[in-house]
Design a protein around this ligand. Structure first.
Ligand code: PEP
Ligand code: MN
Length: 351
């Protein structure tokens, strides 16, 4: 074959490529029109019966040289791409994603702008046990210049016979202490029905690891005008975690703080395994602030400070840690809470 002949064939091929391109896009426009009609009529976009009949017709008319399986594969890809074209934008880019919103979301609570590039701290007891217990931690936190206090009033415990928290009475204690010390309070809510009452007492709704996929709770938290601190489920993948946050934002509430709190692995040396790489992944994939709970991830007092340093070094927007005036007598998580002296050392190493 002469070079001239080769050039002619190549020219033909280039021409066919352009024709194919024009035809594929012509098909895409038709698919978009069909999508609009289907949407108006409330019909499902994916129609496997219609797809099967289109494929059958294509296969019947295939005279080669491509084999049936090859033709089927090529058209399946075209169908798939067309279906994606019909899907709503949010199916392609989640509302929590950086693709959707490149700028960082900053959640401001009591003067703390979480996500502004500076480290922020949330400390407090695992559970609210009494006014005095919470007030002692609040005083220590305030003395160190902190503004955010945590404390569980509804405790989702592994055993139904363990201390379940003081409930509404616990929220009232938190509110009283918060007002006295000018702190904002973060507390876990486990039941969607408690949210309307809880918002009068707390500043941030915490959704705990055990409830990360409690979709009704996520939706209810998405419908109120309060920031939400969402913890990663103990066996949740990063994608499941991001989708849990999407449940909240899809209801209109954008003030979400993600919190990595360790995941369950085969390792027994720590209570959970702190998935430190989740922090930069979440920061890259979403625009939401990311905090690290060093208490529940390690379950070990001796690891709180190094884990907190690691969290901040890798780009976390803040750290959560449990502090109790007398951890030895705490009604929950006795082994992992810091006492006040240890907290002071901890915070001064990080500030
Ligand atoms: C908590 O922070 O009080 C708590 C129960 O944590 P987690 O949901 O991460 O276990
Ligand atoms: Mn705890």
């Amino acid at each position: 074959m002469s070079n001239e002949e080769l050039d002619l064939l190549r020219n033909d091929l280039d021409q066919v490529n352009l024709e194919l391109l024009a035809l594929i896009n012509k098909r895409a426009k038709l698919v978009q029109d069909i999508g609009r009609v289907k949407q108006q009529q409330g019909m499902n976009r994916f129609d496997p019966v219609r797809e099967r009949s289109m494929l059958d017709s294509i296969i019947q008319n295939n005279d080669g040289p491509f084999e049936t399986s090859t033709v089927q594969h090529i058209f399946k890809e075209i169908f798939k791409a067309s279906l994606e074209l019909q899907e709503d934008d949010h199916r392609k880019a989640l509302l929590v994603s950086r693709k959707k919103k490149p700028e960082d979301t900053v959640v401001t609570v009591n003067g703390e702008s979480i996500g502004d590039g500076n480290p922020h701290f949330i400390v407090g007891p695992c559970a609210v046990e009494s006014y005095d217990q919470v007030a002692q931690v609040a005083k220590a936190a305030k003395d160190e210049g902190l503004n955010l206090l945590r404390g569980g009033a509804f405790k989702p415990r592994t055993s139904p016979y363990d201390f379940q928290g003081l409930g509404l009475e616990g929220l009232k204690i938190l509110k009283r202490v918060a007002d006295e010390y000018n702190l904002a309070v973060i507390s876990e809510i486990v039941n969607p029905a408690d949210i309307p009452t809880a918002v009068d007492y707390i500043d941030v709704i915490q959704i705990g690891a055990r409830n990360m996929q409690n979709f009704e709770l996520l939706k209810a938290a998405g419908q109120v005008d309060k920031p939400v601190l969402l913890k990663r489920g103990m066996s949740a993948t990063i994608s499941e975690f991001i989708n849990a946050a999407e449940y909240i934002i899809s209801q209109g509430n954008e003030n979400i703080i993600l919190c990595e709190r360790g995941i369950r692995t085969y390792e027994k040396a720590t209570r959970n395994t702190l998935d430190i790489s989740a922090v930069p992944i979440l920061k890259q994939e979403t625009h939401l602030p990311v905090m690290v709970d060093v208490t529940h991830s390690t379950g070990r007092r001796d690891l709180l400070l190094p884990a907190a340093k690691a969290a901040l070094a890798i780009g976390a927007d803040g750290v959560m840690a449990e502090v109790h005036p007398d951890p030895a007598v705490a009604l929950s998580d006795s082994a992992q809470q810091m006492d006040i002296d240890m907290f002071k050392h901890f915070i001064n190493e990080l500030k």
